[in-house]
Structure formats: C-alpha cells, structure tokens
Design a protein around this ligand. Structure first.
Ligand SMILES: CC(C)(COP(=O)(O)OP(=O)(O)OC[C@H]1O[C@@H](n2cnc3c(N)ncnc32)[C@H](O)[C@@H]1OP(=O)(O)O)[C@@H](O)C(=O)NCCC(=O)NCCS
Length: 216
C-alpha cells in the first residue's frame, strides 16, 4: 500500500482522494502552506472526514518526507512553478496519480505530478507534460502534445495531433478538433468547439470557439 502526502487543497482534493482509494492506497497527510480562513478549514475538514479515517492536516514547516511515500498536489487551480520548488527544497518528486480505470495507449509519454481521473483515455503517441490534471472521462487523441500545468476539465475530447501550451485550461466538455494549436495560459470555455488555432493568453468560447477577451 502506498502512502500519499498532498500539498495544498482545493475542491479538487475529493477527486484526488477517490483516485488514491481506488488503488487501495491511503493519505498520510495534507500539507497546508498558508493560514486558511475558518471557512476554508471547515471545508477541508469536511472533505477529509469523507475518507472515513483520520488524515492529519499539517503545516509545511512540520512536513518531513518519508522514504517510499508518494507526493501529489491537493488542488489544481493556481498550480505553477513555485510549487515545483518544493521538490528541490524537500528532495522529493511528485508522482503520477492515475485512476485504475484509465486507458493509456502505446508509446504515451508522461511527465510527473500528473493526475488522471476515472475513465479517461490517452491515445497512442500522446505526450502529457508534468503537473497536468486530466479530469474524469476525457479523451486525449493520438500524437497530441500537452504542455506542463495544463488543466483539462471533465469530459473534454481532444482529437489527434493537437498541441496545447503550458498552463492552459480546457473547460468542461470542450472539443478540440485535429491538428489545432492552442497557446499557453489560455482558457477554453465550457462546451466550446475549437476549430481554429488559439493564441496565448486569451479566453475563447462558443461553437465554433471565438476569442472574447485576454486571459492575464
Ligand atoms: C469561459 C469562462 C472562464 C468565462 O468566464 P468569465 O470570464 O467569468 O466570463 P463571463 O461569464 O463574464 O462571460 C463573458 C461572455 O462570454 C459568454 N460565455 C462565458 N462562458 C461561455 C461558454 N462556456 N460558452 C459560450 N459563451 C460563454 C457569456 O455569456 C458572456 O457573454 P455576453 O458578454 O454576451 O453576456 C467560463 O464561462 C467557463 O466556461 N468556465 C469553464 C468552467 C468549467 O470548466 N468548470 C468545470 C470545473 S471542474
């Protein structure tokens, strides 16, 4: 049985707990690196309580790596390179956390610190950058390249030979047709159908998707 320590927490932490428990693994601790409000603290306690066993919520200064443990983020929004520095500071490496129902095709390249939710499918020759989140029931096409820190919300369908730049988010249920390039730090709206390339730092929504504003 693998023990996991999760850094930070967001609403996404419940999905992470579910993937850990689907492997019959357990959570050793959730590490917080800021002082949560009372409301945030009661929310995290409520989510942790759903696991049915005590999970300590500890401060970053009390964190000590344990040999053989695995590490993952407890949130997605706002993941960025600052968190990567935890790896150097504590001599740890974030692991990949992949639900057992996920299908991964041949010759798929995965970075590290990647989380993939139930029933997603990664087709052959795709490449997924480190620290990405691919949520439930997503389909990632063959030969598609996804940059680091990309967030793919539930039910996204990406065709073949697509490229997505780092820190871009694909909204729930969006569809990206084949050979499209989407830039970095952009946001594709829920339900969008992307049929033309999308530049860096924009919000693009609708069917077919059109840019409506900048994404800082
Ligand atoms: C794209 C998105 C980020 C825009 O949010 P926002 O910056 O708050 O933008 P607004 O709500 O002010 O909308 C701006 C305009 O775009 C339209 N719009 C927003 N999202 C849209 C969408 N997904 N599809 C079509 N139009 C959309 C709004 O109707 C509005 O149009 P108007 O100016 O004519 O009234 C958000 O709507 C979205 O789709 N988020 C994805 C959420 C998601 O995936 N959740 C799953 C979490 S697991």
């Amino acid at each position: 049985m693998t023990m996991w320590t999760l850094f930070g927490f967001g609403t996404y932490i419940s999905d992470i707990f579910d993937i850990i428990h689907a492997h019959h693994d357990r959570v050793r601790a959730v590490v917080k690196n800021y002082k949560p409000t009372e409301e945030q603290m009661s929310e995290i306690k409520r989510r942790v309580a759903c696991c049915g066993y005590d999970i300590p919520i500890i401060d970053l200064e009390d964190f000590k790596p344990v040999d053989g443990d695995h590490y993952m983020f407890g949130f997605h929004d706002g993941r960025d390179k600052n968190y990567q520095s935890l790896e150097d500071k504590y001599h740890i490496r974030f692991s990949n956390l992949i639900h057992p129902s996920v299908t991964i095709g041949s010759n798929v390249r995965l970075g590290r610190g990647i989380c993939i939710g139930a029933h997603s499918v990664i087709a052959p020759n795709a490449s997924i950058g480190s620290y990405c989140t691919i949520n439930r029931s997503c389909s990632i096409g063959h030969d598609t390249e996804i940059g680091e820190y990309v967030k793919i919300n539930p039910g996204v369908s990406i065709a073949g030979y697509v490229r997505i730049g780092e820190q871009t988010t694909l909204g729930i249920g969006s569809v990206i047709i084949n050979r499209i390039n989407i830039g970095s730090h952009s946001f594709i709206g829920a339900g969008a159908v992307v049929v033309r390339d999308v530049p860096d730092h924009v919000v693009s929504v609708g069917v077919p998707a059109k840019t409506i504003k900048e994404n800082p």
